[in-house]
Design a protein around this ligand. Sequence first.
Ligand code: XMP
Length: 495
Amino acid sequence: MSLSRDEFFASTERQGLALTFDDVRLATAQSKVSTREVDLTSYFSRNIKLGVPLVSAAMDTVTTADMAIAMAKLGGLGVLHAGLTPEQQAKEARRVKHELNAVIKDPITFSAELTLGDILSECDRRQLKFRTFPITDNDGRFVGLLTQNDFDFSLGNSALAVEAAMTPAHDVVTGTPDTNMHKAFAVMREHGKKTLPLLTEDGKVSALYVLSDVVRSLAGNPERHNLDDSGRLLVAAAVPTDEGALERIEAMGDYLDVIVVDSAQGDSYFAFQALRLIKDTYPDLDVVVGNISSSESAVALADAGADGIKVGQGPGSICTTRIETGIGSPQVSAVYECVQAIKGSGVPICADGGIVNRGDVSLAIAAGASSVMMGGQLAGTKEAPGEVTSHNGAMVKLYRGMGSASAMRDSEASRKRYGVDSSTSTPLPEGVESYVPYKGPVDDVVNQLIMALRKSMSYVGSPDIETHRTETRFLRVTNAGMAESRPHDVTVIQR
Ligand code: XMP
């Protein structure tokens, strides 16, 4: 008979033991849950929902826009790394938000008093590729719609007045500002229209749907996409623990859903200061703070208003923090302790780092995490930044710790993450630089992780993440037990 989860961890704590993934397994139970039925929805922070509890790490060899787009399309989330300049980070955030572009907020409009030639020169000047524009009067009110067809039918007559070429407002189907993507699609289909301007009560253009974008957004597997209220992919961004955080948030503006205050020591004066500064300036923006690994730190951060907390000091595959400094708690115990300490607060915990085998995701969640952040699992994929190179005859990509010597040399944010000030000429690295095999598209990697989690939850009978987080039973395994868990006494010819 296995102990309940709380009894299990209480007993390890009494012995002064801290455990990590390979120290434990989950006890199976009679299960009525099939892998297909398992509900993987969860939260990264108080208000940021996840379709699957998987988050890509804020690392310069893991997450820029390509990874964030892929993760959000699969139901997860990507955290844009802070090694980018504020401008670059804002550009990447914009790319994620424009990927589906189902709704174009504040679309470019032109005055009815112009000619087609005026508009074409403006398009050239601003390098605009599209030709669909709401047309407005001098008070900014919608008076008509100009599309590519109108340019084509003008036969190159650039002197033609916009007013004469456009479809007048009374012939244009429009919607109200609260029209969501599905409603927009239904209206466009009903009326056979390729464009749907959304108008405010006083007739101003608040947004625009374009059919091709809506179709692209709805095609594929849209029900898996992790979307904001406007039908755009969700995206997170990391910021260092200094005033630069505000500059970054301002630059990202509406292209950002949740901020991650990113430090190797999340229970520091600077991290709390950054949290306060951001919450005071942007009270509606969810702020996740990390990293920590003790119950006292979790309580302090939750009390200070963090909307999410990231746990993990040194479990990462490229980390040397524990080796260099002797600190840090093995990850499963760290997650459990922090989750227990803030039980009932509504602040979700993200288990960051150390996912080596796919089953570790399930273990992290069973220890109480609401989501799991990964670097090594996702590094080396097509969407991870960096080129594919050859090393000893194998196709590889670079994966480096943000505290590695080269990352700290390249980025102020990395130095800040590891508390290195500008006067330190030879900072002590807390991470390594490595090669990982080239893995192809990240979809395959993430889909396998999702399937492994579904299977694990089905084995133990957890229908959803909340049950898995709270009711799973742990078993302590020995080295012999782990050896038995892996293929043994055979020559593996295929994995
Ligand atoms: P995995 O195991 O998924 O871990 O590769 C990714 C997480 O590791 C953290 N990280 C570091 N920790 N030195 C450290 O001690 C480093 O140089 C370093 N770089 C990243 C980070 O939390 C990341 O999400």
